[in-house]
Design a protein around this ligand. Structure first.
Ligand code: IPD
Ligand code: CA
Ligand code: CA
Length: 271
């Protein structure tokens, strides 16, 4: 028997796989910068826009009345069903531009609006088009990579933790992020900067990194990945009990979260 969240998940999954096929085909054909966004290093390609257009129309066909928030086209009409789709049509666009196979299509269904502080995520899918990996989760239904159930290991030690992070597109914030990193890196195994927040969160779920943190995420960066990490047993949140969001997002098994959160706070990672 399927429940309402499973139905949302199947729509998210088929839509994300269709968009991933388009993104992969466009990459094979060649990619160029279409425009600059928040800074000269923040780019958008035609594939970002076409992927979002496809996702938006497939979701509207499947579920008219739902709300929509996408990185490239913004917010749609208010939801009449209570469900809003939060979409990053390519997370990791710089990797996509350079043909580094670490980018993803990210689609989440949330209820309670398009503000991460207020929403409850119901279903989320993150697809890596190059590896053909499909991460999926429903609220209370667990997290999966393909058909494999994901469960994060408990009891991680800070000193042997592999920690993923990301950097803003603005130079001033990057400087602060880098200086916090210089204080953390002597205390841990190593750092990874893969270039896709959605995949970073899925990597926590899959045990490919032990933790992930970043300041300045947008709702579409973490909507699906945060649910996938949480359903795999990670703690996902901000600092001082705040929900995950633009101010700060940290994901790790609860014991490691408790070790990392005060350090990241002290080192200014959230400024
Ligand atoms: C970016 C990536 C990156 C993260 C940035 C995001 P985009 O998303 O997720 O890893 O560090 O904060 O903006 O621009 O590739 O969709
Ligand atoms: Ca993104
Ligand atoms: Ca994007």
């Amino acid at each position: 028997m399927t429940n309402a969240n499973d139905e949302l998940l199947e729509i998210a999954r088929s839509t994300a796989v269709a968009a991933a096929d388009l993104v992969r085909a466009k990459r094979t054909a060649g990619v160029a910068v279409a425009a600059l966004k928040s800074s000269p290093v923040d780019v958008v390609t035609e594939a970002d826009r076409e992927s979002e257009d496809l996702i938006r129309s497939l979701l509207a066909d499947a579920r008219p009345g739902d709300g929509f928030l996408g990185e490239e086209s913004g917010a749609g009409d208010a939801s009449t069903t209570g469900v809003t789709w939060v979409v990053d049509p390519i997370d990791g666009t710089v990797n996509y531009l350079y043909d580094i196979p670490a980018y993803a299509v990210s689609i989440a269904a949330v209820e309670g609006g398009s503000d991460p502080a207020e929403w409850t995520a119901l279903a989320g899918v993150v697809v890596n088009p190059v590896l053909g990996e499909v991460y999926a989760a429903t609220r209370g239904g667990g997290a999966f990579l393909g058909r494999q159930r994901l469960q994060v290991q408990q009891g991680k030690q800070l000193a042997t933790s592999l920690v993923a992070t990301g950097f803003s597109y603005t130079a001033e914030r990057r400087e602060r992020q880098a200086s916090a990193l210089t204080r953390l890196i002597p205390l841990i195994r190593d750092i990874r900067r893969a270039g896709s927040a959605a995949l970073d969160l899925c990597s926590v779920a899959a045990g490919r990194v032990d933790a992930y943190y970043e300041r300045g995420l947008n709702p579409w960066d973490h909507a699906a990945g945060a649910l996938i990490a949480a359903e795999a047993g990670a703690q996902v949140g901000g600092l001082h009990g705040a929900p995950a969001g633009s101010l700060f997002t940290l994901a790790a098994e609860p014991g490691l979260f408790a070790q990392l959160a005060p350090l990241l706070d002290e080192f200014g990672a959230a400024f």
